[in-house]
Design a protein around this ligand. Structure first.
Ligand code: BES
Ligand code: ZN
Length: 644
């Protein structure tokens, strides 16, 4: 209810010619101190951003966004003489300040030298009483939070494409702001694009943009050489959820509040693949309360998108590699949708608390999968999750990163990213669920979301809430020592509740019979009924020392090298590398050049780099693929190849 009222107030205020921050719709939310976050350089004790006004133009030839960003602050320190913002590789042209609805005044600024982890602090002198700044700037062509794609990297091959990826701390590479998840703000944006392209943002799209969202198809451009798109985000969000994409985009409606944006040649397949989205929302609402963001649309990006999905509010960004044709990888939608509660509604206060975002989301994701596709499917995904967790832990070099509470002091949070917060976090919640029962646990989580809606929360806050609302209802059911072990252990606690160990019993039986010399026909008869998860488990659990002839026989029968399912192909290529089964390499090379999703390519580089011939091949593939990768993927792969 509160959000509806806010939205209306916002509309009224937004149409008035000037507005002081004191009138802003968020001012009625309680004044919370911003948790201390080692990954921001901003002085959030003195000024806290409440609203952002963006006015940017995209220049595809120069690969820049340029224009202005205005920040309206809640001034918390009367005497503060400067506001410090996070930036990375921005060119600052001009900085102005203002007090309330007063006129803009020129002010001075200073940009610190860049630190590799956090970029450059932008110090802006704030005259007495000033609580607004406007920065005129442009981004660098190599901004880490943006990827500028050539037409050849898109499905249509005719138009360029731009997308942003702000999580964790890349928003500062395209907007000067307080880049910490503890600060939440509303925003409005005006975006200029070349005339044939469409801009979308993870926000409310102005119906005047292209007459699009509610119709099946956006209109065509008619308004001269450039087009202007307007957006508004009436709910206060952290900076990492600001997102934009520009390209040759079309829209397909899926339900009254869901739809898909994608390049025209992709949009129909995407809408078919994701057609269960509305059902997923209904399921999650039953468990955890209303979906509070209005629309839920998906944007399918070109294959270089470095993640599987990104939960940008109202508009999940997704890799095209989950369009398998049989909905077998749509748990990704369940995951990103779940973030509309765990993450976007209640946000990790700092990146150290990341497990609150991803652990709760992974738990909710599997609950959605269980409700829609059955317990067996959810169990299989959980079992794969647990084995990914073990593998992930092996590759982590900093001990704290193997626990739920990494030490991020002085480090880019992206360096600590792994499956640990996802799967260990989920196992922690599954443990609690088992101790208190599903009904009580569902009510607990729902209350957590309700009472912290549109706030950012730390692990300490979660633990206090857990004690009062769950642990104390059944004293002795869970000990303090157990909670501490969940947070700090580098392994899975002995008292964890693990997924059914027989989730893949039938697959393992068929696998063992075949390995012992059973016939290919017998294997094929069983395998004809396998789901994607069963195939993944089968391939992934084959010995790393197999004769080439056996691999060739499998390949011939099941066409694994040519698999159109990106996840099955991935585990198959890993098996191929382990066995030096080079017949799969040409297809694998094409895969590694076409796809930029880190989870799918990074393990392949790592595996290849583990033997001399493979390392040579990895370097060769990277030389060809590098320009097409997102800046984040470039860095990750370069680091692996440098280390070996
Ligand atoms: N929020 C994450 C992606 C992310 C995390 C981006 C940290 C940058 C920094 C998103 O919700 C996610 O977890 N995506 C997963 C897919 C999911 C099904 C596990 C991914 O991209 O693989
Ligand atoms: Zn996630």
């Amino acid at each position: 209810m509160r959000f509806k009222a806010n939205a209306i107030v916002f509309l009224i205020l937004a149409t008035a010619c000037s507005r002081t921050p004191a009138e802003s719709p968020t001012s009625r939310t309680p004044v919370l101190t911003v948790p201390k976050d080692s990954s921001t350089l901003a002085n959030v004790g003195a000024f806290v951003a409440k609203h952002l006004v963006l006015d940017l133009s995209a220049d595809f030839a120069a690969k820049t966004l340029s224009g202005t960003a205005e920040l309206r602050f809640d001034r918390r320190d009367r005497d503060a003489s400067e506001v410090v913002l996070d930036t990375r590789d921005l060119t600052i042209q001009k900085v102005e300040a203002a007090a309330g609805s007063g006129a803009w005044m020129a002010t001075t600024h200073r940009l610190d030298a860049a630190t590799p982890a956090f970029g450059s602090a932008l110090h802006i002198a704030m005259p007495s009483g000033a609580d607004r700044v406007r920065v005129t700037y442009s981004t660098s062509p190599s901004a880490r939070g943006l990827q500028w794609l050539a037409p050849s990297q898109t499905a249509g091959k005719k138009q360029p494409f731009l997308f942003s990826q702000a999580q964790a701390i890349q928003a500062r590479s395209f907007i000067p702001l307080q880049d910490t998840p503890g600060v939440r703000m509303t925003y409005e944006a005006t975006i200029g694009t070349p005339k044939d392209l469409v801009a979308v943002m993870a926000a409310e799209m102005d119906p005047a943009n292209v007459g699009p969202v509610l119709s099946d198809r956006p209109g065509t451009a008619t308004d001269g050489p450039t087009r202007t798109f307007k957006f508004k985000m009436p709910q206060a969000i952290p900076s990492y959820l600001i997102a934009i994409a520009i390209g040759d985009l079309a829209f397909r409606k899926m339900s009254d509040r869901t739809g898909v944006w994608a390049e025209p040649s992709v949009v129909d397949a995407a809408a078919r693949e994701f057609e269960d989205t509305e059902k997923m929302i209904v399921t999650t609402e039953k468990l955890y309360g209303p979906y509070r963001w209005g629309r839920y649309d998906l944007l399918v990006l070109p294959p270089s998108f470095p993640f599987g999905g990104m939960e940008n509010p109202r508009l999940t960004f997704a890799t095209p590699t989950v369009i398998a044709g049989d909905k077998s990888l749509v748990s990704l939608v369940a995951h990103e949708l779940a973030h509309s509660w765990s993450g976007n509604l209640v946000t990790n206060g700092t990146w150290r608390d990341f497990w609150l975002n991803e652990g709760i989301t992974t738990y909710v994701e599997r609950r959605i999968v269980e409700a829609l596709y059955g317990k067996h499917t959810a169990d299989m995904q959980a079992a794969i999750g647990v084995s990914d967790l073990a593998e992930s832990r092996k590759t982590l070099e900093v001990a704290g990163d193997r626990t739920l509470l990494p030490d991020l002091e002085g480090r880019d949070p992206d360096d600590a990213l792994s499956n640990v917060p996802y799967e260990q976090g989920r196992l922690f919640l599954v443990f609690l669920e088992s101790k208190f029962g599903r009904d009580a646990f569902d009510q607990f989580l729902r209350k957590w979301f309700d009472e912290h809606a549109f706030q950012s929360a730390t692990t300490e806050q979660f633990l206090a809430f857990l004690k009062t609302n769950l642990l104390d209802t059944k004293p002795g059911a869970v000990t303090d020592a157990q909670i501490q072990e969940w947070l700090h252990t580098e392994g899975i606690p002995a008292f964890a509740v693990l997924p059914m160990s027989d989730a893949f019993a039938k697959v393992e039986q068929a696998r063992d019979e075949w390995l012992k010399g059973g016939s290919m026909d017998a294997l094929a008869r069983t395998a004809s009924a396998w789901s994607t998860q069963e195939w993944i488990h089968f391939v992934d659990s084959l010995p790393r020392t197999m004769e080439a002839s056996r691999l060739a026989a499998l390949d011939q029968r099941f066409k694994l090298t040519q698999s159109m399912n990106s996840e099955i192909a991935h585990v198959w290529y890993r098996l191929a590398i382990a066995n030096h089964y080079t017949a799969a390499y040409p297809a694998m090379e094409r895969y590694m050049i076409r796809i930029g999703r880190r989870k799918l390519i990074v393990p392949l580089y790592r595996d290849l780099a583990s033997y001399p011939e493979g390392l040579k091949l990895a370097n060769k593939i990277f030389a060809e693929a590098r320009d097409g990768y997102h800046p984040l993927a470039q860095t990750t792969v370069a680091d692996i190849l440098k280390k070996t």
